[in-house]
Ligand binder design. Structure first.
Ligand code: AKG
Length: 342
């Protein structure tokens, strides 16, 4: 199915569009897209109902005909709708724009091989539930650093969010003993061709409250070596990956059923988006192209759509990101993303 591209609702009258931006209904307030579709379909044939943004409480209702959208607008705007929980709908016309966001638009992979990104691996049940509780207890016993929306702890080297780098002169000491069981298991991960001398020396613990995500980024090439491990604890999340077509990079073939290729609203370049579900106790590895060329991020969702199921992020998610601090320049095969080459 093609990706619907919606922008902000038209600020003025905006008539002349078959699409309505409808606020105050959606899965986040317990009203499914199917229910919304059945109510709006009374006014004419629908193309579909889609999330307008990541809140889960605003949708875009697309009619085939502008006149049907107008009829729905005139009958329903501002009035409580008994079939939608009595909620008063705030409706505006929506003008199409190129905008790459809709949590439903990116199919979510459950296994890393479906992503078809070189170097991304996911191992489910990497640790037991008991080990998970021990790791959580250990970090909860230690001081947190408060960022704007989440809390973090750094071990080995402090990570500086302004420079997105570490100060290699400031060694905080060895990684704490509570993380040793994790470090010991990593070299024997199936499919991982780990170098014999793999020593991970930086740990960032992130604690995300329900609904809080992480902005898109590529871990600074010059800061960390090529293997980045991330262990999920307590709650799940969806991680998305974006690869931009800017610079010298040629656009990869859109090959798997989990790919979405859209025109990025921010810089006009093409962007390929993929998405994976990270359950608690799973270990993710970003390496090769997945580490050096793809942005990764966690959408700010209180509710995730994993294919056709709704997953509420009811609890915090804690992640352990384990990396090795780089001591020389990066010599990756992706110079267009590499700060060592600039
Ligand atoms: C980071 O700390 O840079 C991350 O990407 C964390 C990822 C995660 O929470 O799994």
């Amino acid at each position: 199915m093609g990706l619907p591209r919606f922008g902000r609702p038209a600020s003025g009258g905006g008539e002349g569009s078959p699409n309505l931006y409808v606020a105050n209904c959606g899965p986040a307030v317990g009203i499914s897209h199917d229910t919304i579709a059945s109510v709006f379909a009374r006014y004419g044939q629908l193309q579909g109902v889609y999330a307008a943004d990541e809140t889960g409480a605003r949708v875009i209702v697309c009619f085939s005909q502008e006149s049907d959208a107008k009829a729905a607008f005139e009958c329903m705007n501002g009035l409580p709708c008994p079939d939608l929980g009595g909620r008063a709908l705030h409706i505006r016309y929506s003008m199409l724009q190129h905008q790459p966001t809709s949590k439903e638009s990116v199919p979510v992979s459950l296994v890393a091989s479906e992503l078809e990104i070189n170097g991304i691996y996911l191992w489910h049940d990497f640790i037991t539930a008991e080990e998970e509780l021990q790791l959580l207890a250990a970090v909860d016993d230690r001081p947190w650093i408060f960022l704007a929306k989440r809390r973090v702890q750094h071990y080995g080297y402090e990570f500086c969010y302004q420079t997105r780098n570490v100060d290699t002169q400031k060694h905080l000491g060895e990684l704490p003993s509570f993380v040793s069981p994790v470090l010991e298991k990593i070299p024997s991960l199936p499919d991982l061709d780990a170098p014999a001398n793999l020593i991970l020396d930086q740990l960032t613990v992130n604690e995300y409250p329900p609904g809080v995500g992480l902005s898109p980024h590529i871990d600074t090439h010059s800061a960390f070596e090529g293997l980045i491990f991330s262990l999920s604890l307590a709650g799940p999340c969806i991680m998305e990956f974006r690869r931009y077509s800017g610079g010298a990079w040629r656009h990869p073939k859109v090959s798997s059923s989990t790919d979405i290729k859209i025109e990025d609203a921010h810089n006009g370049s093409d962007v390929l988006i993929k998405s994976i579900y990270l359950p608690p106790r799973s270990m993710l590895l970003l390496s090769e192209e997945g580490r050096y060329a793809w942005h990764h991020y966690i959408p700010h969702h209180k509710i995730d759509m994993v294919n056709n199921s709704t997953i509420k992020r009811g609890s915090r998610r804690v992640s352990f990101t384990l990396r090795k601090v780089r001591t020389g320049p990066c010599e990756c095969e992706f110079p267009q993303y590499c700060d060592s080459r600039r």
